[in-house]
Design a protein around this ligand. Structure first.
Ligand SMILES: C[S@@+](CC[C@H](N)C(=O)[O-])C[C@H]1O[C@@H](n2cnc3c(N)ncnc32)[C@H](O)[C@@H]1O
Length: 431
């Protein structure tokens, strides 16, 4: 245990303290806090720990609003920071990553786009089942604990409808006297629950993941899909209600399968795609590659200003959704291919020809060196890089600059208020 004074925030959102020159990253701490922290990992150059007690809160702190069973919401670790300060920290983290991890300069770092709604913005939340005082609990894991679940009644990151759906599932599980799955004994049925919401369609979809134990059917109005996932390979065993979610984004009607990706903040996804469209600067004739396209959201929203759009995505269900979404919205100049980006870019290039714009929107790990090489082989005059992780955007951008591109603009976007996450759109041009 150490008493520490927190002086800044690190990439990823933890507080940074210095103990005799030794750096300690502390989760749950904000700049200006004096905390008692338990060290969890010690390395030669730094240590990692978590707050056990807030000895003297920072004068900049505001009161936590999203609290479950006396615990600050684990999904809102920056809620103690005023929103303006969150925005400033996020933009500073983007600047720091691009400078320190990419050695990038000479570009315009634009002001951060603030979120439309600082609370109740998530269209998807995942909850875990557990036990509290002999009763079934449904909520989030207590910070730093794999087995203890804190009951959630009203999470301020979720809509009222999402909260109602989760509470209904807990009430049903309790009435049926069902037990949470216990990893050590392998007893019990209920593992976790995903609640997704079509923010523009009002649809709620609850996806209940159970062990392979037989359970009573939940009421149909919960739109529940049951999986026997004891081994992770059993697949769905029954679907009550719709297995597909329907959402509207930038005027497009979208279908989404359970395994497909959708930005978790619908309202800000629209802002993000508008910025990507602005950076792509299309005038009606260009060939656009939408790599890591998911259900086709970015490419389809740009199709009316492009000559043709080609999407590439590795999840087959998402590709089927993208094709269906093109049909549904009467878009005839978009094609979608299912492949790993590493293997799919060359065949795409052979089939479609050189693109004018390549858009990439990879997961947090960013692009591998090989994928960067394949993107460079496309010889597109413009690359628009949509990134959910500045620490992978920076080295990827440095590789593209090395290969002859110039970084022009970076626009940070706040998709996830109350959390340290920051999204960016970057524009690169071939010099
Ligand atoms: C951040 S999401 C972006 C999706 C889409 N652009 C959107 O905004 O909805 C990343 C997508 O990349 C896909 N993906 C992950 N690894 C991939 C790979 N190696 N090759 C192709 N697609 C991949 C995921 O399935 C996911 O749909």
């Amino acid at each position: 245990m150490l008493e520490l004074e927190i002086d800044s925030l690190a990439q990823g959102g933890r507080g940074v303290a210095r103990a005799n020159g030794y750096v300690v990253f502390v989760s749950g701490a904000l700049p200006g806090d004096r905390v008692l922290a338990r060290l969890q990992k010690t390395k030669r150059a730094y240590a990692e720990g978590a707050v056990v007690e807030l000895l003297r809160p920072s004068s900049a702190r505001i009161a936590d609003r999203c609290v479950h069973d006396g615990e600050p919401c684990p999904g809102a670790s920056w809620q103690g920071l005023p929103y303006k300060r969150q925005l400033a920290e996020k933009r500073a983290h983007v600047a720091d990553a691009l400078d320190r991890l990419g050695g990038l300069e000479g570009f315009e770092l634009e002001p951060i786009e603030p979120a439309v709604e600082p609370w109740r913005y998530r269209n998807k939340l995942e909850y875990s089942f557990g036990e509290r005082g002999g009763e079934i609990a449904l909520g989030f894991h207590r910070r730093g604990s794999w087995h203890e679940v804190v009951n959630v009644d009203d999470c301020l990151l979720a809509s009222e409808a999402n909260n109602r759906a989760r509470n209904d599932v807990r009430a049903w599980a309790s009435a049926e006297d069902l037990a949470a799955y216990d990893r050590s004994t392998r007893d019990g049925a209920l593992r976790n629950l995903v609640v997704r919401e079509g923010r523009r369609t009002g649809q709620i979809q609850t996806r209940l993941v159970t062990s392979a134990i037989e359970i009573p059917r939940p009421p149909t109005d919960l739109h529940t899909v049951i999986e026997g996932s004891g081994s992770g390979t059993d697949g769905p065993t029954g679907a009550l209600g719709s297995e597909r979610l329907f959402e509207k984004v930038r005027g497009l009607e979208l279908r989404l399968s359970a395994t497909a990706f959708l930005q978790t903040n619908t309202e800000m996804a629209e802002r993000l795609y508008a910025i990507a469209g602005d950076f792509a600067a299309l005038s009606g004739t260009q060939r656009v590659f939408d790599l890591y396209c998911g259900i086709g959201t970015i490419g389809l929203s740009l199709a009316s200003s492009a000559g043709e759009v080609w999407g590439l995505e590795s999840v087959p269900e998402a590709v089927a959704d993208a094709e269906e979404n093109a049909r549904r919205n009467e878009i005839s100049n978009a094609r979608f291919l299912c492949a790993d980006a590493r293997l799919g870019i060359r065949p795409l290039l052979d089939r479609a020809g050189r693109p004018d714009v390549v858009i990439v929107d990879p997961p947090r790990a960013g692009l591998s060196k090989k994928v960067v090489r394949r993107v460079v082989e496309c010889e597109a005059p413009r690359i628009v890089y949509v990134s959910c992780n500045p620490t992978t955007l920076a080295p990827n951008t440095a590789q593209l600059v090395e290969a002859g591109y110039t970084l022009r603009r970076v626009k940070p976007v706040d998709m996830f208020p109350q959390t340290p996450h920051v999204e960016c759109v970057a524009l690169l041009e071939r010099s």
